[in-house]
Ligand binder design. Structure first.
Ligand code: BV8
Ligand code: ZN
Length: 253
């Protein structure tokens, strides 16, 4: 891959970098992106409807089964070169803040630290009543391949129903995490937006804040993205290919 020298210079000279990631960065690990997260047996449901408090209230076993299926998929796969390149970039720049919309732990397993999870995590279920975290068994959950309903566990503290540790549509994002993400975006000089369709708010404000603060914003996406200002760049291609190549071109030549 050939990169614009001006862009490489921006990456090399970056002092404060934000990486903003979405489902596209986990796609090459075999984790379906959100819009097609319901391939196969789950395709008869709309994620926008399943990923809501109402869906869990109406049918906790269906929703818990869906999240266990997704958690099992994550436990059964590995971080890909895109995750690894982001972890490597953190060692090449003075400061890097990783803000993710993803609920998997592939960034952490690739070596990234201090990851800001705007939408929570599959790996931190909690009691829906007293918020006591559920200690998950170490082995991967049973594969609910048949789209089987699974009764959510009960809280050992109060007996309440355990829920996935994610932020559902209609729920507020964790305020401290969102504020830290917005602050990092306002201070950065380079933001890499990797594998996100940028349609979910308020998370999608992160790149907008960076652009508004005069940062260079680079979209890494397998699909072309509509670009606004002269400070926006598009690197079209798979994150697992583009990011390692960008690091190589910027730092190893
Ligand atoms: C809130 C956890 C209110 C759960 C998620 C109308 C207009 C505007 C906003 C709204 C509206 N109606 C409702 C809203 C608000 C709503 C929202 O934004 N809706 C959107 C859909 C219109 N937002 C909310 O409800 C948020 N809460 O607003 O609260 C409030 C306010 C005050 C007080 C109380 C309440 C909560 C949103 C959080 C929802 N939870 N996840 C779970 O995972 O099950 S969101 C979920 O979807 C993901 O976390 C992610 O954020 C999002 C999917 O987006 P992406 O990650 O971008 O993934 P996607 O599949 O879309 O795109 C993948 C991209 O990668 C594509 O561009 C593709 O081309 C690219 N790609 C694919 N492969 C690769 C690749 N790129 C590179 N390499 C590859 N290999
Ligand atoms: Zn409880």
């Amino acid at each position: 891959m050939v990169f614009d020298q001006k862009l490489l210079g921006r990456v090399r000279d970056a002092r404060q970098v934000v990486v903003f990631s979405g489902a596209g960065v986990s796609a090459e690990s075999g984790i379906a992106t959100f819009r097609d997260a319901l391939s196969g047996l789950w395709s008869r449901f709309d994620p926008m409807r399943l990923a809501t408090p109402e869906a869990f209230a109406a049918d906790p076993e269906l929703v818990w089964g869906w999240y266990e299926w997704r958690r099992m998929q994550v436990l059964s796969t590995q971080p890909n070169p895109g995750h690894l390149a982001i972890a490597a970039l953190a060692k090449r720049v003075p400061k890097l803040t990783l803000v993710t919309q993803n609920v998997d732990d592939l960034h952490e397993r690739a070596g990234s630290t201090g990851v800001l999870h705007l939408h929570g995590s599959l790996h931190q279920p909690r009691c829906s009543r007293c918020a006591t975290p559920l200690r998950l068994p170490p082995e991967p959950p049973v594969e609910p391949a048949e789209g089987r309903r699974i009764a959510p566990p009960r809280c050992e503290h109060c007996g309440g129903e355990v829920r996935p540790g994610v932020v559902w549509f209609g729920e507020s994002l964790p305020v401290d995490v969102l504020e830290a993400a917005f602050a990092a975006a306002a201070e950065c000089d380079l933001l890499l937006s990797v594998g996100t369709s940028g349609v979910v708010y308020p998370a999608a404000q992160v790149p907008e804040i960076a652009l508004g603060a005069g940062a260079t914003v680079v979209h890494v996406n397998s699909e072309p993205q509509a670009l606004g200002g002269q400070n926006e760049w598009l690197l079209a291609g798979a994150a697992g290919k583009v990011l390692p190549a960008l690091l190589q071109a910027a730092f190893d030549e």
